[in-house]
Design a protein around this ligand. Structure first.
Ligand SMILES: Cc1cc2nc3c(=O)[nH]c(=O)nc-3n(C[C@H](O)[C@H](O)[C@H](O)COP(=O)(O)OP(=O)(O)OC[C@H]3O[C@@H](n4cnc5c(N)ncnc54)[C@H](O)[C@@H]3O)c2cc1C
Length: 164
């Protein structure tokens, strides 16, 4: 005969967890902030901040589509709707000399800060500064779905070629 596996609730029925809403509010920590890289150059877009955000989604074990809290919230915002954000200095910096070459490698939304770098170099070029070469390697699985800012990087390449 197969023996039934004992469970904690058999041994300690009085310990079964039924926290009250008040307890849950105490236990569950507040939502943590989400960070997003600024994807635009302040010189090229003085009054704008561009962000490159992908909505996180996945299908749970019950077959239900689930979404990341912040990325879904942002994607559902209507044009003109306001929200509170704070700006934190980035650890990623362009080299001090404009002539120094840069090699960038970004996977998916990892492209965001590099788009800002390319825009900065574009601004420098348009203002007569000599700029070093810039190489950008993009990591994505499908060009059709994930060629983020494809037209932009293509345009930069064309402009750079025509200026040489
Ligand atoms: C310095 C920095 C810069 C960043 N820059 C960018 C940026 O420019 N653009 C950008 O889009 N993001 C960026 N991120 C990531 C961003 O901060 C968020 O983490 C991301 O948007 C997800 O947040 P969310 O609230 O939508 O998802 P959350 O609600 O935090 O959900 C994410 C969680 O969902 C769960 N989950 C996700 N996928 C699955 C799955 N397949 N199965 C089961 N569970 C799953 C996991 O528990 C995961 O931790 C950056 C992060 C850092 C630290």
């Amino acid at each position: 005969m197969k023996r039934k596996r004992p469970s904690w609730s058999n041994w300690f029925p009085q310990l079964s967890a039924r926290p009250s809403p008040q307890d849950l509010v105490q236990i569950i920590p507040p939502l943590k902030r989400r960070e997003y890289s600024i994807a635009s150059s302040q010189k090229l877009h003085p009054n704008e901040v561009h962000l490159l955000i992908v909505v996180v989604d996945w299908v749970d074990t019950n077959g239900k589509v689930r979404y990341g809290q912040c990325s879904k919230y942002l994607s559902d915002l209507a044009v003109g709707q306001e929200l509170v954000v704070s700006v934190k200095p980035s650890i990623m910096k362009l080299p001090p000399k404009t002539t120094q070459p840069i090699v960038m490698a970004g996977l998916g939304t990892g492209l965001a800060p590099f788009k800002a770098f390319l825009e900065e170099r574009q601004y420098q070029l348009e203002h007569g500064e000599e700029i070093g070469e810039a190489y950008l390697y993009l990591g994505s699985r499908h060009k059709r779905e994930e060629y983020l800012y494809g037209e932009f990087t293509f345009k930069i390449r064309l402009e750079r070629t025509s200026m040489n």
